[in-house]
Design a protein around this ligand. Structure first.
Ligand SMILES: Cc1cc2nc3c(=O)[nH]c(=O)nc-3n(C[C@H](O)[C@H](O)[C@H](O)COP(=O)(O)O)c2cc1C
Length: 421
C-alpha cells in the first residue's frame, strides 16, 4: 500500500503540493555581512530539495534591515537584491518541490547587538539574560510601514521565482506580539479586543494578496496558544484561523509558544493530556478545534517522528500537511524514506542533547546549566545546517557542550562581521 504521505494536495487557490510532507522554517544564519543570500543557501536548499519533501519553507527572512531575529538573517527589501534570491529559488526547487519564503519581523525579539531599541505593540521588555533592549511602542505610522513592507517583500519573493510565501505570526515575533495581551497593552484600534489585536495580521494578508495576485499561495504560521497565563489562547487561535480563511490564505501552519515558553521545541509542556501519540506530535490535539472554525488546509509542526503517527494523522484527516524541522538537519532525505515506507522512525536527537543527567540535565535549577543546554541544543541544529550548506554530511555525534561553544563563537563572528560592514 502506498503511504498516504505520498498523496498530493490541492490548496484553495489551486496550487498543488506534491505530497504531505513539509520542511518547516529554520533560520539558517548563513547570510553575508550585508544580510544577503550566499552559495551556502543554494547548496543547503539543493540538498533539501533532493530529499523528497513536497514543500520547503525557508528560514525567516526579514522585511526590514534594521530589525533582525539574529545576525546572519537574510533581508529582502528591494529589487536590486533579486539576482541572488533568483539563484536560491532555482537551486532549491531542483527536486520539483515547492519552495516558499517565510517573511518575518522580530518585534521585541530582536537582539540588542542588532538594535538596542526594537519595536513592539507596547513597551513590554523581554528580559532574557540582557539579550534584548526595551522596545518602543509602535506608532500608527510604524504599523502602516510594517504592513507595506510585508507586501513589498512578498512581491519580491514572487519575482525571484519562489513558489509561495508564509507570513510568520507565531513564536512571539512581532505579529504574534500583537495577538498576545501580555505584550499588546494598546487601547487603540490595534489592541484590546481580539478583533483589534488581529487587525495588523489581517491587513498584512490583504496587502500581501494584492501584491502577489490570486494564484500565488500565501501561508501563515500561527500559535495554537502562547501557553502563558493571560496569553493568546486556543479559542482565540480558532477564531483568528477562521478570519484568515475568510481573508483567503491557502495553508495554515500551527505551532505554539515563544522565547519565554518554548513548547514549540517540546521542551516545555503544553496543557495537553499525556499519551504516547500526543506527546510525539505536540500540537495535534488542537487541530480539531481549529479545523472546526477554519475551512483551510492545516499543517501541524512539532515533534512528528514516527511514520505511523504521521500516516494516521493524514488518513484520519486530522491534519493535511505534516511539518518537520529538526529531523531534516541530520537526515535531509527523511521525507523520501517516509514516503517509500523504508523507515518507521526518523532521526531524533532532542532527548540526548543535554550535558548529562541530574544537575547537568534539562531540569537543572542552575541558570548557567540551563543556558548551556538550550544554546547547545539549538547550536547542534545550527551546526548541522552549516555542514549541509558546505555540501558535507551531518554531524549527529556532536556533543551538547561542543555545540554550545561553536554556537557562541559563530554568533559572535556573525555579529562582529555585520557591525564592521
Ligand atoms: C535551528 C532551528 C531554527 C528554527 N527557525 C525557525 C524559523 O526561522 N521560523 C519558524 O517559524 N520556526 C523556526 N523554528 C521552529 C521550527 O520551524 C519548528 O516549528 C520546530 O523545530 C518544531 O518542529 P520539529 O519538532 O519537527 O523540529 C526553528 C527550529 C530550529 C530547531
Amino acid at each position: 500500500m502506498t503511504s498516504p504521505l505520498a498523496n498530493p494536495i490541492t490548496l484553495p487557490n489551486g496550487t498543488i503540493l506534491p505530497n504531505r510532507l513539509a520542511k518547516s522554517a529554520m533560520t539558517e544564519g548563513l547570510a553575508d555581512k550585508f544580510d544577503q543570500p550566499t552559495p551556502a543557501h543554494y547548496q543547503l536548499y539543493k540538498t533539501w530539495s533532493e530529499g523528497g519533501t513536497g514543500l520547503h519553507i525557508t528560514g525567516n527572512i526579514m522585511i526590514d534591515k534594521r530589525y533582525l531575529e539574529r545576525a546572519g538573517n537574510v533581508v529582502l527589501e528591494n529589487a536590486d537584491q533579486l539576482p541572488r534570491f533568483k539563484e536560491w529559488a532555482a537551486q532549491g526547487t531542483v527536486g520539483g518541490n515547492h519552495l516558499w519564503v517565510q517573511l518575518n519581523h522580530p518585534g521585541r525579539q530582536c537582539p540588542k547587538l542588532v538594535n538596542k531599541e526594537p519595536l513592539s505593540p507596547s513597551d513590554v521588555h523581554l528580559d532574557m539574560l540582557g539579550n534584548f533592549g526595551k522596545p518602543r511602542a509602535m506608532t500608527d505610522a510604524d504599523i502602516e510601514e510594517v504592513i507595506e513592507r510585508f507586501a513589498t517583500s512578498a512581491s519580491l519573493v514572487k519575482e525571484a521565482g519562489f513558489t509561495g510565501v508564509q507570513i510568520h505570526c507565531a513564536h512571539g515575533y512581532l505579529l504574534s506580539q500583537f495577538l498576545n495581551p501580555l505584550i499588546n497593552k494598546r487601547d487603540d484600534q490595534w489592541g484590546g479586543s481580539l478583533e483589534n489585536r488581529a487587525r495588523i495580521i489581517r491587513k498584512v494578508i490583504v496587502s500581501v494578496r494584492k501584491a502577489v495576485g490570486a494564484d500565488f499561495p500565501i501561508g501563515v504560521k500561527l500559535n495554537s496558544a502562547d501557553f502563558q497565563k493571560g496569553g493568546f489562547t486556543l479559542e482565540e487561535c480558532a477564531q483568528v484561523s477562521g478570519w484568515l480563511a475568510e481573508d483567503g490564505i491557502d495553508l495554515l501552519e500551527i505551532s505554539g509558544g515563544n522565547y519565554e515558553q518554548t513548547s514549540l521545541l517540546g521542551t516545555e509542556p503544553t496543557d495537553v493530556r499525556e499519551s504516547t501519540r500526543k506527546r510525539e506530535a505536540y500540537f495535534i490535539e488542537y487541530a480539531e478545534q481549529i479545523k472546526a472554525s477554519a475551512n483551510i488546509p492545516i499543517m501541524i509542526t512539532g515533534g512528528f517522528r514516527s511514520r505511523a503517527v504521521m500516516e494516521a494523522a493524514i488518513e484520519k484527516g486530522e491534519v493535511d500537511v505534516i511539518g518537520l524541522a529538526r529531523p531534516l538537519c541530520t537526515q535531509p532525505n527523511c521525507s523520501q524514506l517516509l514516503i517509500d515506507q523504508s523507515v518507521d522512525e526518523i532521526d531524533h536527537y532532542e532527548d540526548e542533547l543535554v550535558l548529562g543527567t541530574g544537575f547537568w540535565g534539562n531540569n537543572s535549577s542552575s541558570n548557567l546549566i540551563k543556558a548551556i543546554n538550550s544554546f547547545g541544543q539549538v547550536g547542534f541544529y545550527y551546526w548541522q545546517i552549516i555542514s549541509l550548506s558546505k555540501g558535507l554530511p551531518p554531524e549527529p555525534k556532536l556533543r551538547t557542550f561542543r555545540a554550545f561553544v561553536r554556537h557562541i563563537k559563530n554568533d559572535a563572528k556573525l555579529n562582529i562581521r555585520r557591525k564592521m560592514a
